[in-house]
Design a protein around this ligand. Structure first.
Ligand SMILES: Cc1cc2nc3c(=O)[nH]c(=O)nc-3n(C[C@H](O)[C@H](O)[C@H](O)COP(=O)(O)OP(=O)(O)OC[C@H]3O[C@@H](n4cnc5c(N)ncnc54)[C@H](O)[C@@H]3O)c2cc1C
Length: 293
């Protein structure tokens, strides 16, 4: 076996909240063959598998994760080409979104804007149908995704975009399995020489509005239809509210930040307190965007 499997790996450095206990078994495959090896290892030992991308949208419990954690941080690779009409990217699941952003910006194409400043990897972007609230085209992953390849039972299965069900912060129809690669494209008819400046401006606006200097998982709650989770939390008087070292950000109320030594249990308690308070005040149930692993 060429793939290294570690034991008792601290997962704090593998998630953006910097929380959680260790992984019983942990690996960082770099190729599809190593990904297959990882799955075989888990199968032989009858271990459950958890997939981690950049860990920018997950809550890892203080007790850690049993079984095998497969992190795609080193599962990288990106190729570009042009057809007569489209700019086409093929990316491995662990390629960071900013690589896609850079490739689109280089070609002066619009997906470069919304991708600028979106954390995490390609795989997590598809699972979450990651996107932004601002009205622009495109603003969600599904708009530029052509196909997704999934490793399932030792086989690579390709799903065309039309075979998947995309909705706000969800993509279904590809599971079970591990997303290993995806194809993206955009029309060359939309070339706009101001894309680079627009992307830089967009990234700056995010920096001004969001506490990017602190560990968080971005927006903790999805926006209820026609409403803003951040606004509801702010209007409930919860900005700055704190449990342990887990705090409702003073800059953006939908961001819960780690002031230093927060535990996963602090965030779980804070999330539940926010949900209860918003329900009492506005009779609205806030649903979490962050995935509890
Ligand atoms: C500061 C900050 C700002 C953010 N802003 C935004 C924003 O504007 N818009 C937005 O949509 N999100 C935002 N997020 C949330 C997050 O970055 C996105 O959801 C991102 O797409 C998650 O990618 P990831 O690689 O970190 O996935 P992870 O958090 O590692 O995983 C997310 C889920 O996907 C699964 N998964 C990951 N990779 C694979 C794979 N290859 N195969 C199968 N399953 C997989 C995991 O098991 C988990 O369930 C923000 C986060 C932070 C920290």
């Amino acid at each position: 076996m060429s793939l290294a499997i570690d034991r008792n790996t601290d997962l704090k450095k593998y998630n953006s909240w910097k929380i959680g206990g260790p992984a019983d078994h942990f690996c960082l495959p770099q190729t599809i063959d190593e990904m297959i090896e990882a799955v075989e290892y888990a199968k032989d030992l009858r271990l459950p598998i958890t997939i981690l991308g950049s860990g920018s949208n997950v809550l890892i419990p203080d007790s850690g994760l049993k079984g095998l954690v497969i992190c795609t941080k080193k599962f990288k690779g990106l190729e570009t080409q042009k057809t007569k009409e489209r700019f086409v990217i093929t990316a491995m699941a662990g390629e960071p979104k900013f690589s896609l952003a850079k490739a689109f910006i280089k070609e002066n194409l619009p997906p470069g804007i919304f991708l600028s400043g979106l954390p995490g990897d390609v795989g997590g972007g598809i699972v979450m149908n990651a996107g932004i609230a601002e009205q622009m085209t495109p603003r969600e992953f599904h708009e530029m995704t052509d196909w997704v390849e999934v490793l399932r039972d030792g086989q690579i299965i390709r799903f065309e975009k039309s075979q998947l069900q995309w909705s706000y912060r969800h993509c279904l129809g590809w599971e079970p399995g591990i997303i290993v690669r995806a194809g993206f494209s955009w029309s060359l008819a939309d070339i706009d020489k101001t894309i680079k400046d627009k992307a830089a401006m967009f990234a700056k606006t995010r920096k001004d509005r969001q506490p990017l200097e602190m560990p968080s998982c971005g927006s903790t709650f999805v926006n209820p239809p026609g409403n803003s989770a951040g606004r509801l939390i702010q209007d409930s008087g919860l900005k700055g509210y704190q449990i342990g070292d887990a705090q409702v950000s003073l800059k953006h109320a939908n961001f819960l930040v780690n002031l230093g030594n927060a535990k996963a249990s602090d965030f779980v308690a804070l999330i539940s307190h926010i949900q209860k308070t918003v329900k009492e005040k506005f009779n609205i149930e806030l649903k979490t965007e962050v995935k509890f692993l």
